[in-house]
Design a protein around this ligand. Structure first.
Ligand code: PLP
Length: 650
């Protein structure tokens, strides 16, 4: 269940090498998949507003089976179209004001929340869809069983990140205020029926609400949360009398309501999304909780819908695989391992290489049409496509490109295999440094792509408006999959899996699911560099790292710094450079780009050298495809069913 947004995350355009956000009118096309279901509308109270929640259902079919799931999206509408009394007094705009205040709730996905109005709107959105969903669930259950006291035996409510976390107090409210169950019984039921996945440890996703703002919008919900917190505090002081308990575990502290704490306390199971992330969730993020409830914590490694990312997006490769191993892999991704016996078969490896070339040519045409850049099909397609965030370290990739560029400027005959560096990324509209990085990539591209000295050797392409549709063209053409986040920061990643199953070789850090990709393909079929998660965490905690020393002492880094600081195309990136040298809204170089740079550069060189042996490269590619089966979402969903939701044997 979610919200039926009128506008999704913005459509990105680039103007004068700067990101601009435009409305994303996704409904224009996708509307045809939704069916409005007025019979199941719910009336929801958000603050003093009465809202009519209308469900729009999207039916999601299984592959070659009879299963159909329903993705239910709620639209916020006003039960009252117009205030006739105000209208007849000539107050035309005022007569429709209430309606607009209500409809704004499902107007736009992720509205800017840097200001109070934005925060109130987001909280209203969350409560709106949670309340509609829980009321409708309770109503259906009651209609069938005549009671809610067995609700926990029939349903699981799974909470993804903290955005739907109000299900906990809203369910308490429904069970107690609307169906007359008592506090203890309701709370026990909730712990049996609610489960929670943490998808990132970035602080901006661990939501907290200022308590007075929260209580003025949702007083009853605030009262219930306070009750949960109070009872938890009482239990802690009773059982852990002599121990010093970390204040950070309470739901309410320092004037804020901490939603992740509430989820951990009130869920039956809490999971991370890769084995490394599950470990960090348990032993760092919620360390104090895991000492109290060790058995709650577990992990389920993410997966991808490979029938989209392989079978639909890459028909030529799917055809080749079917001819070699049959079509069983369409239903059981683990059967992709039947490809592995072909890893030394030259004609298979040559076919694989030709398929990749075909996909590269298709992307080259897209790039020609959209960016008017001519790309060399013999160049190595090195791709970093993901949201723009400092922790994902697109800037590390940029530093390496600048290093190659300056090397070629010094010596046009430097032995560098032709390379095309492709980026695609949206930056959140209020994320200033991320937008600077996009500008840097765009300006660097303008400079390099028009420099006669580097001609066919280096190209830098930024594909605007990263989205699933664009990914379907991009990912089948990837050769080097850049997964270079600071170790410990990327919870799982799924872009890494999509690229792997399309025969790309990962070049990355030991972060998120890269760790498991390495375990599957073996050390020889992946390029790993940089600090490990514990090293990065220890260095971060020590607070002793000074990137200025690195910039001064490392010749490569100092010439990169000088190159950027003298301006690119006459554009300066002062605040971005400040973030790297002395700090801008945080510690300097907090994601340790300068620390990992030399290890990254050496690993890029190694990948480039390996690529020259085309059979060896395609053997690595085939081994990646053959080991990608584990990363199917079919496997993830089965693990959720069995280990998180305790589903009966099928
Ligand atoms: C897969 C995908 C992502 C996630 O990419 P990561 O590399 O895992 O961060 C983001 N956006 C789109 C459009 C995707 O298809």
């Amino acid at each position: 269940m979610s919200i039926c947004y009128e506008y999704g995350v913005f459509r990105q355009v680039t103007h004068n090498n700067v990101q601009k956000e435009e409305p994303d009118l996704w409904m224009d096309l996708a509307d045809c998949w939704l069916s409005e279901n007025h019979d199941e509308s719910e009336v929801v109270m958000v603050g003093d507003k009465t809202i009519l929640a209308i469900p729009h259902d999207m039916y999601v079919t299984g592959y070659d089976n009879w299963g159909i799931n329903n993705l239910r999206l709620w639209e916020a509408t006003s039960p009252k179209i117009i205030d006739m009394e105000l209208f007849s007094r000539g107050k035309y705009l005022e007569s429709m004001e209430d309606r607009h205040h209500i409809e704004v709730i499902s107007k736009i996905l992720y509205p800017e929340d840097a200001h109070l109005e934005g925060k109130i709107l987001r909280l209203s959105q969350q409560y709106f869809f949670v309340s509609a969903s829980m009321k409708s669930m309770a109503r259906k259950h009651y209609a069938k069983y005549g009671t809610l006291s067995n609700l926990h035996e029939k349903v699981i409510v799974h909470v993804n990140d903290t955005h739907p976390s109000l299900v906990v107090p809203e369910l308490m409210r429904i069970l107690m205020d609307e169906y007359d169950l008592d506090w203890d019984y309701s709370f026990d039921m909730i712990k049996k029926m609610v489960t929670y996945t943490n998808h990132t440890i970035m602080p901006e996703a661990l939501e907290k609400w200022e308590i007075t703002m929260f209580n003025s919008l949702l007083p009853r919900i605030g009262e219930i949360i306070a009750g949960i917190d109070e009872r938890f505090r009482r239990r802690i002081s009773k059982y852990y009398r002599d121990q010093i308990i970390d204040e950070g575990i309470y739901i309410i502290n320092n004037g804020y309501i901490h939603m992740a704490n509430m989820m951990v306390l009130c869920s039956g199971k809490v999971n991370g999304v890769s084995s490394l992330h599950a470990d960090i969730v348990k032993n760092q993020l919620f360390k104090s909780f895991s000492q109290i409830f060790p058995a709650k914590f577990t992990g389920v490694t993410n997966g991808i819908s490979y029938r989209r990312w392989l079978c639909q997006a890459n028909a030529p490769l799917t055809r080749m695989i079917s001819e070699l191993i049959g079509t069983g892999f369409l239903k059981d991704a683990e059967l992709l391992s039947d490809l592995l016996p072909y890893q030394d078969n030259e004609s298979v490896l040559t076919m694989l290489s030709e398929i990749k070339r075909g996909n590269k040519l298709r992307l080259i045409e897209y790039i020609k049409n959209n960016n008017d850049i001519t790309v060399n099909p013999d160049s190595i397609f090195t791709v970093q496509a993901k949201r723009l965030h400092e922790y994902k370290r697109q800037l590390l990739n940029v530093f390496h490109i600048i290093d190659l560029y300056l090397t070629l400027k010094d010596n046009p005959n430097a032995p560098i295999h032709p390379r095309t560096f492709i980026f695609s990324a949206k930056a959140a509209s209020g994320y200033y440094i991320a937008k600077q990085i996009i500008s840097l990539i765009l300006n660097l591209g303008s400079l390099i792509n028009n420099d006669k000295d580097v001609k066919d050797i280096l190209k830098v392409v930024f594909l605007e408006n990263y989205s699933v549709s664009l990914s379907e063209i991009l990912i089948p053409a990837v050769e080097i999959s850049e997964q270079i986040s600071l170790a410990g920061k990327e919870a799982s990643g799924t872009g890494n899996m999509k690229m792997m199953i399309n025969g790309a070789v990962t070049l990355g850090t030991l972060d998120g699911a890269n760790v498991e990709i390495k375990e599957k393909v073996g050390d020889d079929n992946i390029f790993i560099f940089g600090m490990k998660a514990e090293e990065a965490e220890a260095l971060s905690k020590s607070g002793s790292y000074n990137p200025l020393t690195a910039f001064l002492e490392d010749k490569d880094l100092s010439r990169i710094l000088e190159f950027i600081s003298t301006g690119i195309n006459g554009v300066f990136f002062n605040d971005l450079l400040t973030s790297m040298t002395t700090g801008f809204n945080g510690p300097a170089d907090q994601y340790f780009i300068t620390k990992d740079f030399q290890s990254y550069k050496a690993t890029e060189k190694m990948a480039e050298e390996t690529y020259k042996d085309i059979l060896k490269w395609n053997k690595m590619s085939l081994i990646n495809i053959g080991n990608a089966g584990f990363f199917s979402a079919d496997r993830s969903v089965k693990e959720y069913y069995k280990n998180i939701w305790n589903g009966p044997n099928l």
